[in-house]
Every structure is written in C-alpha cells, then in structure tokens.
Design a protein around this ligand. Structure first.
Ligand code: WTA
Length: 650
C-alpha cells in the first residue's frame, strides 16, 4: 500500500470524524499521520507551542531527511513511475519524463556538487532558476545535504535578488544562463551578474545552460552545472536532520518595508504538505461514493501551473506530490504562447487529470475564443483547483463548465506562504462545493472570525463576516521571519491575543463554509502575486522628481486587482507621459515587471490624517470608481484635496 492510500480520507463522514479528532486530540491525530512517513528516529514531543512568544515546534527530537521521503522510500515500488513530466516553453521541443529513480540519482549527484563547492548543513543557497527540472533537482539536493534553499522567483529584478541574498547571507547562487518564456528570452545570468555586484556573501555561482547562447562567466566564481557534475560521485547519503531544522526560506511581501523571509522547518512542513496534497486533490484515489466518472487515463497526472518560485510551487509542485509518490507536471512557459490554447493543449497531450491554477489565469483564458478550449480533448480532467486570490463567480462557472465539463469538482484552496500548506479547501469529490467558497477547514485547522473590536464571532449557524485568524498551530506554520523574530511577532501575533492573524477578511455562511474576501492590510494581490504597497512606493519615491506616492489596488478584469499610483512631485517638476514611463520603469527595475502600476495619477497632495497617515481607504475608493460613500473626510488634514483627486481620477 502506498503512503497516500494510508492518509486519504474517503468520504465526507471520514472527513468530519478526522476533523473532530484533530480538534479534540491534536497530538494524537498528527502522531498517527506523521508515523506514516519515514523517520530515522521518532520524535519525543509532538507539539510545543506558545503564540505569545511566538514559538511553535512540531515533532521535536524526530530525525529525518525530507528527500528520503520524497525519493528513496518510493524506489522499491515506484522507481519506474514518472515523478516529473517537464513541458518546455516551445511546443516543438521534447517533453522530459523523469522517473523516481532517475530523479533520485540526479538529486544525489548534484548534492555532491554542492558539497564539493563547500556547502554544508545550514548554509543558505539562493536559486534563481527557470521552470526546468534542474530547479527541482537543486532544491532537493539542498535538502539532501541539509542546506537551506531560498528561491527567488525568476521574474524578479536584480535589486530584489540582491536584497534577498543579503538578507539571508546566501553562500552560493544557482541560476541558468537564459530561458525562453513565451517568445521572449530572459537573460537570467545577466540579471544575477548585476545583483552579484552587491552580494559579498556569494562565493560560487553554478550556471545551468538552458540555451546554447554564450554566457558571461567570472573566472573562479562562476561554474557550469555540467562541468561540476563531472567532478563528483553519484551517491550521496542523506544528511540526518532534526525535525525543526530549517528546510527553506521564502520571501513574501510585507505591508511595510523589506520582504519577509518566511522560515519553514522540515518535519512539520513535510507531514502537512504530504497530508494535504493527498486529501485535497485525492490523486490516484476516489472515495467509494464518488460521483466522478473515471476518464481516459489510469494513472493520475497532476499539474499545478504555479511557478516554483512561489509557495504554491514549493508545496504543491514539488514537496507534497513527491512525498505522496504522485506524477507532477512542470511547465516552463506561459499560458499565452504560442497561443492561448497552450494549457489545454498540454492537458490533452499529457492526459492531465488534476489541474490547479490561479483565478487570474482563468480570467485571462476565459476571454479567449472558446474554440481554443474545445479543440482539445479535456476528458482526462477529474479535479480542478484554484489558488492565490478570491475566485469570482463568473470565473468559477467558466472553469467549471468549460474545463471541468460540469463533472470535475473545483477545490478552491485558501492558504498563504506563511501557512506552508492549504488551510481551507474542499476535499475533491468529497466536500460539497459552493461557487467562490473555499468551504471548510482541513483537519487540524481552527479558523476564527474576529469582529472589529477584536472579539471572536461565535459560530451559531448564522452568516457572519470578519477578519480571519487561526487559533491553534498546524504543522507547517512558518516558524519565524529569518533574522527578525520580533517582526514575525508583530505582524502575525500581535493583532489578536494568542492567535495567528492572516491579514485576510472572510465571510462564513450558515453551514460554516468560508469565502475569503481579500486582504485587509496593505498587501495587494496582482495576478495572484502578493505585493506589498510599501516597497513599490519606496521604489517610486526614489525617482528624483517624486516627492511622495501611495499605491492602492483597483479591480481589474484579468489581474483581479491592478495597481494605481498616486504621485506628488517636487516643486518645479512637471507631470508628463515621459515621467509616467520612468516611474513604471523604476518599479520594474527595483521590484520586477509584475509590480508596475497600471495607472499613475499626479496629485498636488495625498489625503492625510492629522497624524500624517495616508488615508488609503479614500484612495482605494477613488481608484475603484466607488466614490458614492467616501465616509467622513472632515478629519483629514487636507480635505480639499479629495475633490481634486476625484476630478482628475483616471
Ligand atoms: C490570497 C498563496 C482567496 C489571500 C498560496 C492570502 C486567496 C494570500 C486564496 C496569500 C483563495 C490565496 N481564495 N484568497 N483560494 N488563496 N489567497 O502568500 O489573500 O502568495 O492571504 O500564498 O493570497 O498569498 P501567498
């Protein structure tokens, strides 16, 4: 029996029973799940926690290596099963199928390259890689030897790479020379070279050659992936790690200042991502009562379209699926290349059974001619997933009707970089779904809604709306912000007493189903990407002509939310189209193209409270063209400016 079979809940009754057990006896509940994984030594203490410090430890004293759970343990039965199917950007290039055994060999081999370049347990390694199997190999190779990976999404700018490398003092950087995404070449190594001018901690750069183009290399520091492999052996025993040792750091936007390096530790993250992958997606298994017809393919093919540079890719392209012995697809390209039928073409070609994407992609694809969908055979699809932002009613129905053909359950999965794994979601084919609702908490998750006075809104079969917090720890909660535990405490544990605050607002229906309504803080989600307003404002303010700026989100058909910048200029500086271009470029260079504001409005002043705080609520309403009820503006320092901003709004 595969590990997956031992973990999967098979009916709604089983889910409810598991949920009850997880609340009344959490330690016993998680013990039984963790026991299904491979440990060198069992843990001494299942859970130790104190949200006031905050401190959370799971499976303390347990010894393990996550790669033995993702690779070695599968070799006997699943060695020849495909672990990763890689689909290139260019449809004319061959796909790659990598079996569990091949992946195991490649990971061990590359782990020795890391060792040979001086990387030891605990060292941080930065990865700035395209979506190619070598990214997965490099991550697992780090985990094999106990090094900590810190992946920087390959759409980020050199400034963003440098600040992340410096924050966690990475010793080694792994990248690729360049990559094609859509029709555009992206010169990753050049981006790194720019960053490397200000990253003194980096001693070595390993470069994978994705294309044959010449690559600038710095003697002594930069080395080619393939050359390095020639120098080392293929066997690499797994480093035995403590459950609470760091597995990775992943940066996410904060509402103020620097990005936050969220720290995830090995044991809890492995147990939770494995367990939730098995149950949310129900790969290779359906409940006896399931209503889902068996479609054209026997073995399930699971495809999550996220980039591994985000948490979704970490947990549900790589670690969760591999821990459960699933076949996971990695796609290098974009949904629009060579045309907007690309996702469906891949689903058809690979017989994808589980398709997991973001609402922003769904909305963009729904705008295209329906023939782009209908010319492909999507009958292999059994389960659809959504993640990253609230899915609107229209997108939900389009997805359900046209991709799922009305008989593939949609799992709307709510979670965060900080939570490590899915928190609120239906179990495919088991939990009754409701359009736009993430539905019910997974076993082990205790969500609560808080009112504006900071009191818990009790669940008494009535509808309610509030801010979403979680009142009990789960195994994959981030343990800290790298190098800044105080900030971790302030951001997540100081809003409510003894609870983790998510930053999201939510609505709960009379049966207890949750719908996440969106961020309540200064984080804006653009095309599913979590962006802090403060770093974007900082980037804009660096422009010499700019005095001050405020960024807010406004509703956008495809992106869900797009960015609107209000900018004031220094005396004597003139507004112009040229200046708008420069401001957009400035943001692109500092953060990345995804953070470029769609609209830039020059204003004489920003509306401020008497204590000098920008009234974003008002700016948000103006940007959203929702000015009927601006609320009380009389308390502003400069109430007159509101009318002026409204008159000139874009
Ligand atoms: C939002 C992505 C509604 C939410 C896994 C959260 C969602 C933020 C959903 C985290 C969903 C994610 N419905 N909103 N199904 N999933 N969000 O850290 O605002 O990139 O706080 O993690 O995305 O984004 P992050």
């Amino acid at each position: 029996m595969e590990i997956r079979d031992t973990l999967q809940l098979r009916s709604f009754a089983e889910y409810k029973e598991a949920y009850q057990e997880s609340i009344s006896n959490p330690e016993k509940f998680w013990d039984a799940i963790a026991e299904k994984f491979y440990w060198h030594k069992r843990w001494d203490k299942t859970l130790q926690w104190d949200f006031t410090k905050p401190e959370v430890k799971w499976f303390e004293g347990g010894k393990l290596n996550i790669t033995e759970n993702c690779l070695d343990r599968h070799l006997e039965k699943l060695g020849n099963k495909t672990a990763i199917i890689w689909e290139p950007n260019d449809p004319d290039e061959e796909s790659r199928h990598i079996t569990y055994r091949q992946l195991f060999i490649k990971v061990c081999h590359f782990a020795n390259v890391l060792k040979n370049n001086g990387i030891k347990k605990g060292d941080r390694v930065c990865l700035y890689m395209p979506m190619i199997p070598e990214l997965a190999i490099a991550m697992l190779a780090c985990a094999r030897i106990g090094a900590v990976h810190s992946i920087v999404f390959a759409g980020f700018s050199s400034t963003a790479i440098a600040s992340r490398i410096n924050d966690s003092k990475c010793k080694l950087l792994i990248t690729a020379n360049e990559v094609y995404r859509g029709a555009k070449p992206v010169k990753l190594k050049e981006m790194c070279d720019e960053a490397l001018k200000t990253t003194p901690s980096i001693e070595t750069v390993i470069v994978y050659r994705r294309t044959v183009e010449p690559t600038p290399m710095q003697e002594g520091r930069d080395k080619f992936w393939f050359d390095e492999l020639q120098k080392v052996e293929k066997e690499c025993p797994a480093e035995i790690m403590d459950a609470e040792d760091m597995l990775f750091i992943l940066y996410t936007s904060g509402s103020t200042g620097r990005p936050k390096g969220m720290v995830h530790t090995i044991g809890g993250y492995m147990v939770y991502t494995g367990y939730t992958f098995a149950n949310v997606f129900q790969c290779d298994h359906f409940a006896p009562t399931n209503t889902i017809p068996q479609k054209k393919y026997d073995g399930d093919i699971y495809w999550c379209t996220a980039d591994i540079g985000w948490i979704t890719g970490h947990s549900y392209i790589l670690y969760g699926p591999l821990a459960m012995g699933a076949t996971t697809v990695m796609f290098e390209g974009v949904p629009s290349y060579p045309d907007y039928g690309r996702f469906w073409e891949i689903c058809d070609k690979l017989n994808v059974t589980h398709f997991y994407t973001a609402p922003t992609a769904i909305r963009a694809l729904a705008k295209q001619p329906i023939e782009l969908v209908n010319q492909h055979d999507l009958s292999s699809i059994k389960v659809l997933g959504s993640v990253g932002e609230p899915i609107n009613e229209e997108a939900w129905h389009w997805y359900n009707d046209n991709i799922g053909k009305g008989n593939s359950p949609i799992v709307d999965t709510w979670w965060q970089t900080e939570t490590g794994g899915v928190m609120i979601s239906p179990l495919a084919g088991i939990t009754p779904t409701r359009p736009t609702f993430a539905t019910l908490p997974l076993p082990g998750i205790q969500p609560v809604l808080m009112d504006e006075n900071g009191n818990e809104i009790e669940f008494r079969s009535q509808q309610s709306e509030g801010r979403l917090a979680i009142k009990f720890p789960w195994p994959s909660i981030a343990r800290t912000i790298y190098g800044d535990h105080q900030r971790y405490k302030e951001v997540y544990f100081s809003t409510y007493n003894n609870m983790y605050f998510t930053g999201d607002g939510a609505y709960r229906d009379a049966t207890g189903n949750y719908r996440i309504t969106g961020r309540v803080d200064d984080v804006v989600i653009v095309s599913g990407h979590n962006l802090g307003t403060a770093p974007i404002e900082n980037a804009i303010n660096e422009h010499l002509a700019v005095a001050e700026s405020a960024i807010v989100g406004f509703p956008h058909d495809i992106k869900g939310t797009a960015l609107y910048a209000y900018v004031t200029l220094h005396d004597g500086k003139q507004a112009s189209d040229q200046l708008i271009q420069e401001i957009r470029e400035q943001v692109s260079n500092t953060i990345g193209p995804i953070a470029k504001p769609d609209k830039v409005q020059f204003v004489t002043a920003l509306p401020k409270t008497r204590s000098g705080k920008i009234m974003r609520r008002i700016l948000r309403k103006i940007a959203s063209k929702d000015t009927s009820n601006l609320g009380d503006t009389s308390t502003l320092l400069n109430p007159d400016v509101v009318q002026e901003i409204m008159d000139n709004a874009l």
